[in-house]
Design a protein around this ligand. Structure first.
Ligand code: NAG
Ligand code: NAG
Ligand code: NAG
Ligand code: NAG
Length: 351
């Protein structure tokens, strides 16, 4: 596989005369480049069953519906491992031909620091393309020197991850969105060759906070394969529930929301505004796996009605304390993604 990829790179170099640089991309379960993929890691406590907490469902445009992965999430051969190994293996993190950011409000090893956005993810790109992986897993991923590791704290609850492959130019927009998220960048490198295009990313990587011109921002992004994703980001200065107070109203869609809601802190289903947001209570996969939302640390929503066909994955829970946090959602209008998420909604609380 490696030899095959090297030959391909040499062929590209020969044809274009360009400098050899890796085409970073989301990678599927067979370690092939894909436009996007989604992972739904299942909780340890399912209804009627205690699992390993390491099994997950996989979705991309070629598999059509949720597939039970043959890998456990703690091994590096699955889609997330294959994708992150582009950073870990071969020392891409030391290269000045690529830029990367690992961000997580709850980073591995280091202590929790207040004030950053409630957001988790990875950016890795070169001058032609790269990926944005947005996920919900605390203390993940590991520092690049350590290689792929999955934290034991990430087993109990369900988690989601969305990976999208973008051309380099789209990272200019993603960098602007990052400013609102104000991520805790616990390990990153934005070499000099990228700093003119991505000044915000340089500042975030250095640990400083770029100035905001507003409290929230929406941006359309187009993946390498041409799929539309809409990024909604808010800073801590937009004090509201992102689902009810903003995204549902902009999308003009009633939303069913799955998010981690601790007892006593949860926001109830809300039908006060034109568009409603309703809390999902139970998930059911057709492979006869079901679980309660209180064991699910995922953050996603789908439109109640199939005429709207919208699915969003992101950073924030419907929880009181999170009104004051930076964070965002990435929304897709892809019918395959919509069908996959809408069909697993087993029970939600109507107003
Ligand atoms: C993954 O977890 C399983 C089950 O706990 C364990 O047996 C295995 O050694 C782990 N693999 C890695 C690479 O950590
Ligand atoms: C990029 O890295 C190479 C090898 O590490 C080094 O020789 C070169 O000077 C670096 N270029 C810049 C602009 O820093
Ligand atoms: C519903 O949500 C809106 C926007 O967040 C909020 O202003 C309103 O107070 C909420 N209504 C109830 C009944 O919680
Ligand atoms: C991760 O970032 C790279 C590039 O900035 C540094 O070279 C590493 O020292 C750093 N790793 C840790 C553990 O901080």
């Amino acid at each position: 596989m490696a030899a095959h990829r090297l030959c391909f790179q040499i062929a590209v170099m020969f044809l274009s005369g360009a400098v050899c640089s890796a085409d970073f991309s989301c990678r599927n379960e067979a370690d092939e480049p894909v436009d996007w993929f989604i992972i739904y890691k299942l909780p340890k406590y399912k209804i009627g069953e205690v699992g390993s907490g390491l099994d997950y469902m996989y979705l991309d445009s070629s598999v059509k519906s949720w597939q039970m992965s043959k890998f456990m999430i703690n091994v590096s051969q699955g889609a997330i491992g294959n994708t992150l190994n582009q950073l870990y293996v071969g020392g891409a993190y030391k290269s000045n031909n690529s830029a990367y950011v690992l961000y997580n409000d709850a980073p591995p090893i280091l202590d929790y620091v207040q004030g950053y956005g409630h957001t988790k993810g990875v950016l890795l790109f070169g001058r032609s393309q790269g990926f944005w992986l947005s996920h919900t897993i605390p203390h993940f991923p590991s520092f690049p020197e350590l290689g792929y590791l999955y934290p034991s704290s990430g087993k109990v609850n369900g988690q989601t991850a969305l990976c999208m492959t973008y051309q380099y130019e789209q990272f200019h927009e993603i960098a602007k969105q990052m400013v609102y998220l104000y991520p805790r960048c616990y390990n990153c490198s934005v070499p000099a060759a990228f700093s003119a295009d991505l000044p915000q990313l340089v500042q975030l990587c250095e640990g400083s906070k770029p100035l905001l011109t507003s409290v929230k921002r929406v941006e359309q992004l187009f993946s390498l394969g041409g799929d539309k994703f809409v990024s909604f980001v808010k800073s801590e200065h937009f004090v509201d529930d992102i689902y009810t107070g903003w995204v549902a109203q902009v999308l003009k869609a009633d939303l069913l929301v799955e998010s981690w809601q601790r007892e006593g802190h949860a926001l109830p289903s809300n039908c006060s505004l034109a568009q409603h947001t309703m809390n999902i209570q139970r998930i059911y996969f057709p492979t006869s796996v079901s679980f309660q939302s209180r064991y699910d640390h995922s953050k996603w929503c789908v439109s109640q009605s199939s005429t709207d066909q919208v699915t969003c994955l992101g950073d924030l829970n419907r929880e009181r304390a999170q009104l004051w946090r930076g964070g965002g959602l990435v929304c897709s209008f892809n019918p395959l993604i919509y069908r996959a998420f809408r069909q697993v909604v087993d029970w939600y609380i109507d107003c």
